[in-house]
Write a protein that binds this ligand. Structure first.
Ligand code: NAD
Length: 272
């Protein structure tokens, strides 16, 4: 059954309406999305599909790479018959040979569920570190206009109290061993790959560090805090949620893809 429900459709229509002008650059281009069967990246694909249907401009071709390690085919079911969409089941930890033009890349493939990355730590490190490098190679070889890397707020680790809320300049308090290290440290390595390819090869890459994004279509069983709370229903203890939310930023799915899309199609601003 498709997960493209009325709420997601409404969100997507609103994103397309608000970003009508910046999204015009998509016309006649190709967008590669890794992890498109996942919660966040399926939003990008739905947004582009809606833009293609409503903009009156040449469509943007969508290529989705996902091995469905934690993604859901139901998130893509309504797209698979479209002529502007192609799903390739592929592990992006392996080198990629793409001969077509790739204008934009959104690299969101990762094992992001704490339950799954505890079970598959090596695969988690591979996709975040090696996978990111492979996508940077694609961006370089195909002369892509922009690559957006979805890193994570987990690169900050456990900020001490004076660093909450956490500024972008905070360098992190991260353990390189322990159950979360495979995710946190490999996201940091992914960022380093991006920075090096930007400096050395001029790859126009942008890094974003989502905090806790939640919304419709998210799996309730992946061990992240908001789905966990939703899945235990209204009986959860409000005080513990308040404490947690005070120390972590949360963001609804609708707000996040809007900002990420805008970031993807805007020019890079050098830093570091
Ligand atoms: N949702 C959040 O709150 C949040 C917070 C911080 C960072 N992020 C990052 O944003 C991205 C998307 O997160 P999400 O919440 O949508 O996660 P998700 O688990 O729903 O989606 C990740 C997708 O990547 C795919 N994938 C995993 N390994 C792969 C591989 N080797 N090759 C190809 N595909 C692979 C999975 O099958 C899945 O479809 C991830 O990189 C995640 O680390 C998300």
């Amino acid at each position: 059954m498709s997960r493209y429900n009325a709420i997601i459709q409404e969100d997507v229509a609103s994103i397309v309406q608000e970003l009508a002008t910046p999204l015009r650059v998509l016309s006649g281009t190709t967008l590669l999305v890794t992890g498109g069967g996942g919660f966040l990246c399926s939003y990008f694909l739905d947004t582009v599909a809606h833009w293609n249907d409503t903009s009156g401009l040449s469509p943007c071709r969508m290529v989705c790479l996902d091995n469905l390690a934690s993604g859901l085919p139901q998130r893509l079911a309504h797209l698979t018959k479209r002529s502007d969409f192609r799903l390739v089941r592929y592990d992006v930890s392996q080198p990629l040979a793409l001969n077509e033009s790739i204008t934009w890349i959104i690299h969101g493939a990762s094992i992001a569920s704490p339950i799954v990355y505890r079970r598959l730590p090596i695969e988690t490190m591979e996709v975040n570190a090696n996978g990111t490098r492979h996508l940077l190679d694609v961006a370089r070889q195909r002369r892509s206009r922009s690559m957006l890397y979805l890193s994570s707020s987990e690169i900050y680790g456990d900020p001490t109290a004076e660093w909450v809320p956490t500024p972008e300049t905070y360098r992190g308090n991260v353990s390189c061993i322990g159950p979360r290290a495979c995710y946190d440290e490999s996201k940091r390595m992914g960022e380093t790959w991006c920075w090096v390819y930007f400096r050395q090869h001029g790859v126009p890459v942008k890094i974003v560090r989502p905090f806790n994004v939640y919304g419709p279509g998210q799996r309730l069983d992946d061990g992240r805090i908001i789905p966990d709370l939703v899945s235990v229903g209204a009986s959860f203890r409000i005080w513990s949620v308040r404490c947690w939310i005070k120390s972590r930023l949360c963001c609804s799915a609708m707000a996040r893809p809007r900002g990420l899309f805008a970031t993807c199609v805007m020019p890079s601003v050098p830093c570091g």
